[in-house]
Design a binder for this molecule. Structure first.
Ligand code: SF4
Length: 315
């Protein structure tokens, strides 16, 4: 998948959930998009599967999946690839399950759409086990499941047909710690054993850097940094470094929290300054007067004047 210079606008308002966002997911790759709420993650997740959120419009940019422009694909054609080649597990996944169908019925419909009348049970049972779901969930309706079970069923639906790419918006946020680990292990396993590409959106710094090969940091609707996950300690952007420093550490007093002072604000107009300037401990005059470019630095990219001089423009 390649997302190229994507800009989204809220219809009828000067509000930009995304501004000139580019990223790619290579075959078999795991990429994390990391950022706080309000940074544009959910807008990007839906646009990545060709369906911008209601009320948002594409101002510029393309999204290519297997070389085809998925944003401009006829809806019927797009529906044909969902669950077979490309799956989305949205943030509100538990609410998207069909309320009047048992889990088994929904699974069967999705399975047969790709495989014809094959043996769905053989495909489902190993996934159930790996997700820690009892077989009896197959006979249940969504309202009979807990929130965590529904989240895992939604994940099962997305993975059932072994698509080439799965897009997940906050895949573990509704889960307890043990189930979070199961889901993370399963995603890693599916990537390793089946070559499924994974693009996931999260505010969880630890999940992003431990599961992904590359991490793209989104702030104010813009990519502010991209880096290989193993370069975590070499992150450059003050926002990325703030996120990395905000996690709990051994020795912290109980209930203490570190964070980045201030709030992420949506982009109200084409950027005329650094969107992070109001919260940045290193902000200078130029940061409030000009928008920093995204530049290549080493194996990554960063959008910050501290690294712009003499660097190569990214894209
Ligand atoms: S451009 Fe300036 S305000 Fe923005 S992150 Fe860099 S130093 Fe901070």
């Amino acid at each position: 998948m390649r997302i190229e210079h994507l800009t989204l606008k809220v219809s009828g308002r000067s509000l930009y959930p995304l501004w000139d966002v580019s990223l790619r997911v290579e075959d078999n790759e795991v990429v994390a998009v990391l950022g706080e709420s309000g940074g544009g993650k959910t807008s990007l997740a839906w646009a990545a599967v060709g369906r911008p959120l209601p009320g948002q419009e594409v101002v510029a940019g393309k999204v290519y999946f297997k070389g085809r422009d998925i944003l401009n694909m006829p809806p019927a054609e797009r529906r044909r690839i969902y669950f077979k080649e490309l799956s989305l597990v949205p943030q509100n996944a538990p609410d998207t399950l069909h309320p009047t169908q048992t889990v088994a019925r929904t699974l069967w419909e999705i399975y047969t759409a790709k495989n014809g009348k094959g043996e769905a049970r053989e495909a489902v049972l190993p996934l159930l086990e790996e997700l820690g779901l009892p077989e009896e969930v197959l006979r249940k309706y969504p309202h009979q499941l807990s929130g965590g079970q529904k989240q895992r069923v939604a994940l099962l639906l997305a993975l059932l047909n072994r698509p080439q790419l799965v897009v997940l918006d906050e895949p573990t946020s509704a889960l307890d710690v043990l189930t979070q680990k199961k889901v993370k292990d399963l995603l890693g396993k599916i990537n390793r054993e089946h070559g499924t590409g994974i693009l996931f959106f999260t505010h969880d710094v630890s999940l992003a850097f431990s599961l992904a090969r590359r991490v793209v940091v989104l702030y104010g609707g813009q990519v502010v940094e991209e880096l290989p996950a193993f370069k975590r300690e070499s992150a450059l952007h003050p926002y990325t470094r703030g996120l990395l420093a905000s996690g709990p550490r051994i020795g912290d007093p109980p209930l203490s929290r570190r964070g980045i002072p201030g709030y992420a604000l949506p982009l109200l107009a084409p950027p005329q300054a650094c969107s992070f300037a109001a919260r940045c401990p290193q902000a200078r005059d130029v940061c409030r007067k000009e928008a920093p470019p995204l530049v290549k630095v080493g194996e990554g990219q960063v959008r910050c004047f501290a690294y712009a001089a003499g660097a190569q423009r990214g894209g």
